[in-house]
Design a protein around this ligand. Structure first.
Ligand code: DGJ
Length: 559
């Protein structure tokens, strides 16, 4: 244990020194390396010295392994208004023989991204991908002696590299470092690569922890001081389940895992979070030492009621966020792979002052709903980017919907980025439960001296004596940005907005004007002036369904 801790400390120290050196060199260059920066409480990705909103798509796992396959996909991505492609770097292709690196699969991605005016987020499919080790090269797969695997409690082997093996960690770190060195060499000034995800959906399944002899020994040994020091320092802000488990067992330091947190699956999972978090953090630190790009890890989420072992356990999940922060300080953020309908709930759990939100993988709902979630996350939770999974497999119609939504977000990016964290912007999205039930209750927001009552149903046609709102077909969501004391941008789809006042003597708000329009190179190009039937004779702003649109609204207040 002692040896392991010394090794960890030394590695972190070396990484920190060389990361600082690399960072200093790159920061001094005229094109500083992409980095995260906090402004008014919102953490943004800075590319070429300016905030950058990632409007991306994560390609299907195998697409990027073939130049031929990708050829027609690149123009498609560009047509959908993507500014970023999120693509794997496959260890098995990069190091087919030990120590002999072949980066052609990465070079071609960077080259094509540049040709299509896009950036790249690289996913390091290294030791672990969705818990498994299917992307490790054959020379690793075939040498179990040298590269040991995790074990089930019945002693059966698994295709999961053990986090307790120094040779596993060294082999992965060497390959990842070589990749990052290469990225720095070919992209050190252009910065096509803007972020990196080391490993993918780390965690254990179908048991919550590794039961190999090495794992069992570590499990019986004292919880490492690096973790208990963190727990002590962050005692008041720990996630409730970790704090409770630790408190219930007497806030112990220097005791075994079960003595510290109690026996059971929850502790098995904490142990996995720590051990795989530590390993992932060391791989990340080694890569950052040569090319300090922002790095994040991604999590497979949990179905309601599922227990550790039933889902990929120990990953960067919200209830394990403290363990990951303690284990992997080189990781800048934990990100959800958000495929459940209760997007609002999960995204909110990841958006914390100590964890900026990046939605790099989402889907399994219609393209319109995917996009509405994107509007909401970017505007309401200051997400630094958004990206559906496998966009190349969406139908032509769905690609058009996503392209329309991304076009609006791209036009609004300068305004969005200027407004993130300032309190001048809100996201609008009716929340959906895990079972898909949507809550269409109206939502109320205040910006400056005005209130915005957003309904997702049509107003009752009072001229024929109706009182009830009428179901508005399609889906709903968007954003509102304050651009002046009386001026607002309202964008999105499927919303009816009623206006009121706040903090002024006048109780009523009226519409001075509503223009539909678009931004071209940052300049507003007005379309129709909307009035009459289009605003229900000045009563509401109607953001139509079936498309994503931008409205520029001027309001006034009166008695
Ligand atoms: C989440 C993983 O991170 C992706 O690589 C991919 O396997 C998707 N799941 C598939 O839904």
């Amino acid at each position: 244990m002692m040896k392991k801790n010394l090794f960890a400390t030394a590695l972190i120290a070396i990484a920190a020194i060389s990361a600082a050196g690399a960072a200093a060199k790159l920061a001094a260059s005229s094109t500083p390396i992409p980095q995260l920066h906090q402004e008014h409480g919102a953490t943004q990705l800075i590319v070429y010295g300016k905030p950058f909103l990632v409007l991306g798509g994560e390609l299907n796992n195998s697409s990027a392994s073939s130049v031929e396959f990708m050829r027609p996909i690149w123009p498609n991505l560009a047509a959908m208004n993507f500014n970023t492609a999120i693509v794997p770097a496959y260890w098995e292709l990069i190091e087919p023989q030990e120590g002999r690196f072949d980066f052609r699969s990465v070079d071609v991605l960077i080259d094509n991204a540049r040709k299509h005016d896009m950036r790249i987020v690289l996913l390091w499919f290294g030791s672990w991908k969705n818990s498994m080790s299917s992307y490790v090269p054959a020379w690793v797969k075939r040498d179990e002696q040298r590269f040991p695997r995790a074990m089930r409690s019945d002693g059966a082997g698994m295709e999961i590299l053990s986090a307790f093996s120094r040779s596993n960690l060294d082999a992965d770190s060497r390959a990842f470092t070589a990749l990052m060195k290469h990225v720095r060499a070919i992209d050190g000034t252009k910065h096509t690569v803007i972020m990196v995800q080391p490993e993918n959906e780390v965690g254990m399944i179908p048991e919550a922890r590794d039961h190999s002899p090495a794992a069992n020994a570590a499990f019986a040994a004292p919880v490492p001081a690096q973790l208990t020091d963190y727990l002590v320092a962050h005692k008041d802000t720990l996630v409730p389940s970790v704090r409770q488990a630790w408190e219930t067992h007497g806030l112990k330091v220097g005791a075994s895992w079960e003595e510290t947190f109690g026996a059971g699956l929850a502790t098995d999972e904490l142990f996995t979070a720590w051990t795989e978090g530590l390993y992932t953090g060391k791989v990340a630190a080694a890569g950052k030492a040569v090319c300090p790009l922002p790095m994040y890890v991604n999590a497979a989420l949990i179905r309601p009621g599922w227990q550790p072992g039933q889902y990929v356990s120990g990953g960067p999940l919200p209830h394990l966020i403290d363990i990951w922060h303690a284990a992997a300080p080189a990781i800048d953020m934990l990100s959800p792979d958000l495929y459940f309908a209760n997007f609002v709930e999960w995204a909110s759990r990841y958006a914390r002052p100590d964890n900026p939100l990046f939605i790099h993988e989402t889907g399994r709902v219609s393209a319109a709903e995917i996009a509405e979630n994107g509007f909401w996350a970017i505007a309401h939770l200051n997400a630094m980017g958004f990206s559906p999974y496998a966009p190349e497999y969406l139908s032509d119609d769905e690609q058009k919907v996503l392209g329309n939504a991304y076009s609006v977000l791209r036009q609004l990016s300068p305004l969005i980025l200027a407004a993130q964290g300032t309190g001048r912007m809100v996201g609008v999205r009716p929340p959906t439960a895990f079972d898909g039930t949507q809550d269409l209750s109206p939502q109320k927001f205040t910006l400056g001296h005005y209130t915005f009552d957003v309904h997702f149903k049509n107003p009752p046609p009072i001229s024929i004596g109706q009182r009830d709102e009428v179901e508005m077909p399609g889906s709903h969501g968007g954003l509102i940005i304050q651009t002046g004391p009386d001026e607002f941008i309202v964008a999105g789809t499927g919303m009816i907005v009623y206006f009121g006042t706040s903090g002024v003597a006048d109780p009523l708000a009226g519409i001075e004007s509503v223009w539909e329009g678009r931004y071209v190179n940052g300049a507003w190009i007005p379309g129709r002036l909307l009035n009459g039937d289009e605003t229900n004779q000045g009563r509401q702003l109607r953001v139509p369904t079936g498309q994503f649109t931008i409205h520029r609204v001027r309001l006034y207040h009166y008695h």
